[in-house]
Design a protein around this ligand. Structure first.
Ligand code: SIN
Ligand code: MN
Length: 301
């Protein structure tokens, strides 16, 4: 899948591209079916809301769940990002956000690159979020809110919010959000399950709580240019991955085919126990980082 010149211009102007119905319901079905089991497990990779039980987000399911492993290597997600960055990408983060019916909580206004830069030492914003809706997203179930064009200012000032929700974020203050929204407005891309959004790591976004009776499960891949790999290992590796090996894509119809497997993923085998180390690189991490540096030296730009 290639982006057209018009789409590239739109992305540069707005900071995101929306593709309603990019995947069929049939393709989404095995992913949606796998979600309850992933969320039912009490493991460090599954973050709960403040009530301690509602699943808020689940990290790194592509390392242990078959359909989610396939999605992580899907050409419809990976190719357009490689095209934009003009180089291979690796998986910086992989999460399934629950935004569960009635109990799914707010995501405050923030920029993802603010966190990747401050917490993970990612040198530049050359990383992209690709979101895939597993449920229909409507005005009722807490759609993502974007401020179009807000990526153009780069990283803006933010405070580390450790209290509002169960998941720490570098969030923007109200005056900054007001200033940006007066310029760009606010949009809420809505569409059927299978819709896809690509958005810049600098785009200001958030979402309201979900008080509807409908879940709003969205999967997010963060694809980072290999030359832009993170330099700081402060967060656990299941949140900020440390395997900088380029993603090798599966065939376009992989989600519908049983003969194609996402796991094991050669070159990406990860010991989930090693990924739980929080305070410094595990040995294998240092080796992988060195290899990536040798493969593609980072320019000063
Ligand atoms: C995020 O910004 O990382 C998540 C927002 C959402 O899923 O609503
Ligand atoms: Mn975000």
């Amino acid at each position: 899948m290639k982006l057209t010149p018009d789409q590239l211009a739109q992305f540069n102007r707005d900071g995101y591209l929306f593709f309603p119905g990019m995947f069929s319901r049939e393709e989404m079905q095995p992913l949606l079916a796998a979600v309850p089991e992933i969320y039912s497990e009490y493991r460090p990779e599954v973050i709960r809301e403040k009530d301690g039980k509602t699943p808020r987000t689940s990290f790194a399911a592509h390392t242990y769940n078959e359909p989610f492993a396939k999605l992580g290597r899907h050409p419809r997600l990976v190719e357009p990002v490689e095209q934009l960055f003009e180089e291979p990408v690796y998986m910086h983060q992989y999460k399934i956000n629950g935004k569960q019916a009635f109990d799914g909580d707010v995501w405050q206004w923030h920029q993802d690159y603010g966190t990747w830069m401050r917490d993970d030492g990612m040198p530049t914003p050359k990383a992209m979020n690709v979101a895939v809706f597993l449920d229909d997203v409507t005005e009722f179930n807490g759609p993502l809110l974007f401020i179009p064009g807000s990526h153009a200012d780069g990283v803006v000032a933010a405070g580390h919010d450790l209290g509002t929700t169960s998941y720490p974020l570098w969030t923007l203050d109200n005056d900054k959000v007001r200033e940006l929204a007066e310029k760009g407005g606010i949009v809420a891309p809505k569409g059927p399950a299978g819709s896809m959004i690509m958005f810049s790591g600098c785009l200001v976004h958030g979402s309201a709580p979900n008080m509807s009776p409908w879940n709003r499960v969205i999967v997010y891949l963060t694809l980072c240019a290999v030359s832009n790999h993170i330099r700081q290992y402060k967060r656990p590796a299941y949140i900020a991955h440390r395997n900088f090996t380029p993603i090798d894509r599966l065939p376009d119809d992989c989600l519908l085919r049983d003969d194609i497997k996402g796991l094991p993923w050669p070159g990406h085998e990860v010991d989930i126990a090693a990924m739980r180390e929080g305070d410094g690189p595990a040995k294998w991490t240092a080796d992988v980082a060195r290899e990536a540096d040798q493969r593609m030296p980072v320019s000063a730009a």
